[in-house]
Design a protein around this ligand. Sequence first.
Ligand SMILES: [Zn+2]
Length: 713
Amino acid sequence: MRRRRFLGTTAGAVALGAFAGPGADAASADGGSFDRAMRWGQLAFVENDPGRYDRDFWLDYFRRTHLDAVTLSAGGVVAFYPTKIPFHHRSAWMREGTDPFGDLAGACRRLGMLVVARVDPHALYPEAREAHPEWIAVGDDGQPRRHWANPDLWVTCALGPFNFEHVTGIVREIATLYDVQGIFANRWAGSGWCYCESCRRMFKAASGRELPGSGSDDPARRPYLLWRRQRLLELWDVWDAAIREARPGACFIPNGPPGLESARRAEFLAVDQQARRGLTPPWAFGRSAKQYRAVMGRKPVAGLFSVGVEEPYRWKDSVQAGPEVRIWALDGIANGFRPWFAKFSAVLYDRRWLQTVEDLYAWHHKNERYLRNEAPLARVGLVYSEQTRDFYGKEQAEAKVDDHVKGMYQALLEARVPFEMVHDAFLDPDHVDRFKLLILPNVAALSDDQCRRLAEYVARGGSLLATFETSLYDETGAPRKDLGLRDVFQVSFEGQVDRRVQNSYLALNLETRHALLAGLEEAPRVINSVQRVHVRPLAGFPSPVTLIPSYPDLPMEHVFPRVPPTDDRQAYLRDLGRSRVVYFPGDLDRTFWEVLSGDHARLLANAVDWATNEERPVAVTGPGLLDVAAWRQKESLTVHLVNLTNPMTMKGPYREFVPVGPITVKLRVPEGVRPRRVHLLVAETVPRTEEAAGALTVTVPSVSDHEVVAMDI
Ligand SMILES: [Zn+2]
C-alpha cells in the first residue's frame, strides 16, 4: 500500500511524456518456461528427512517468499521417491507407500510453481560398487576412490557408463513419473580427474594419448581438458534428450561445469556460489552474474546462495548473520541474478535465516517489474578468458589470471563505473560493439583470430585498455615471439618479463597535464607495480608515466635512486580520435589487488575514463564503497547502489550495515527516452531530482544495504 500511494503522487516527478524508448519491444529472452520464474528456492533433503519434516511449514514458507519455482531433491546418491531402478538407493527413512519428493512436488505444482527435480550422482553405496565396479572413479594411484567426506561411500566416474547409462535411467524415470519442468544435477561432472579403465580407453581412442599425470606441463593436459569438456557436453545432450522424450518442455539443468563458454547452450542456468569464504570479496556473486550474462545474454540466470557459513569445514547446518546473507544476495540481484536460496535439510536446527530471506524476497516480489531487466546500460566491458586460466594460468591460475581480474574489478567498482563482463570467445561485433571500452586484464592467451577481432573493434571506434602479458601467448598457452596485439598497442616485446620488481616507482610527469594524472597533482611519484613486461615503442607516445628503476631498499643509507628519471614509459597511450588504446606493461591490476594502493586505483580509473572518451552513463558521487549497476527494463531505467561499506575492518562477514549518504546519482538519459517519474524502491520515497542537458540528477539521502533509483519512462 505504501508504494502504491507514492506512485500515485506527482510530487517530485519529472517531465511527463509518452513512452518512447527504443528497444522496448526487443525480442523476449529465449529462456523458455523459466523466464517467468523470478524467485527460486531449493530444499535439498537429507536422508532422514522423510517422515520427520514439516511439509506444511515449507509450503507456507514457499508462499510467503513468493516463489515462482522450487528445486526439490529427487534422486542420485539417495532416492526420495519409490524408484524401480536397481542400485538407486532409497532413503532408509522413506516408509513403504510414501513418496516424499512426489508429494511435495505435487503440492508445489498445485500452488503454481515450476518444479525442478534435483539429483546428485557423485557418490554410491558399497552394494552398487560390488555389482558395478566400472561405475567407480579411479585415482592416479590406480585405486578406486572412496568418498573423501564419507568413507562408507564411493566416488563415481562422471564420463563413463555410470552417468551415461545408470543416471540416464534415473532422470528418465523422474521425468516420466512427475510433472517436473527440469532436472538439476549437482556434482555431475566428476570429482577430480578419473583414471578408470573406460576413461583411459576413451581418451586414448579420442586423442591417441595416455591420460595426463598431475603435472601442469604434461602434453596430454590440454587435450584431456578439451576431451573432458566434450564428453560432458555429450552427457548433457544425452540427459537432456532423455528428459525431453519423457516430458516434452522439460530440460536438463547442469550445476556448474563444463565451463562458462558452454553455458550459452542452456536456456536457463543456476550459478551455485553459496556464500563467501576467507577473503572472497563481497562483489563476487555479482561478478558471476556478469560472467554468465556475457555468454547467455538475456536468458534467465539464477544465483544460488545459501544461508550458512561456507568455509572449508563445511558446517552445512549453520546460519550466517542476516546482513551477510542479504548483502551477498543483493549484490547478485543488483547485477542481474534471479535469487535462488538453497537450504539443506528440511528439519531446521537454526531458524534465524527464515526472516532474512522472507524480507528480501518480499521486496523482490513487490518490485519485480523493476528487476525484470532487458539490458544493462554499461559502456565498459571487462574481458575474461577461460583459455587464459586453463592453458596459461594452469595450477597458478588464481595468481596469474584471477588476481588481475579481481584488481581491475575492484578498481572499476571503487570508481563506480558500471561495467559488464565479456567472454573472450565472443569478441564479434554483436557482443562487443555495445561497449565503448574493452578492458583486457592480463588476458595473456589469445589466438590470432581473437587479436584480429580486437584490432577490428578498435578500427570500428572501440577503445582498449590492457595490462601486462595480454596477447603474449597463443590460445594453447604457448608463448609468442611478440605481442599478438603489437600493432594495436604499437609496442614490441623485448624478450624479458620481470617477475618481481622490488622498490621501483612510477614518475608522474605532472607537466604533461595528462588526464591520466587527474587527482594525482600532488604526486610526482607513486609506487610501481611488481611485475613488468619489457617493451619498445614503435611510435611516438606521450610520457605522463615513466619508470623509476628499482634501487636498493637496504641498508637505509643506500635507499636513493641510482639513475636520473628515465623516459621508459609505463603507460602507452594512443589517441586515434574516437578510439583510444592504453597499454600498461606492468601488472598494475594485480598489484592493486595485492597492495590496494589508492594511487593505483586512481591511475586505473583515470585510464578507463580517458580511454572510454565519453561521459559515463551513470556518475555516482558520495561516500562509501558502492557497487553500481544500471539497467533498462521495459518501461523503466534503474540504478542499483549496493552499499559494500563493511564495518568488519579486516575481513569477513557483515554483521551490521553502515549507512552512507547523501549519494548523488547523475543518469544520462538515453536518446529518445522521456523520464516520467523517479522513485526509490527501498526507501519508498520520491527523491529530489534535477533535470538538465540530457541528464537527470537524483539525490539519495542515505543507503543502508541497497537502494534502487527507478525512473519510469
Ligand atoms: Zn572414469
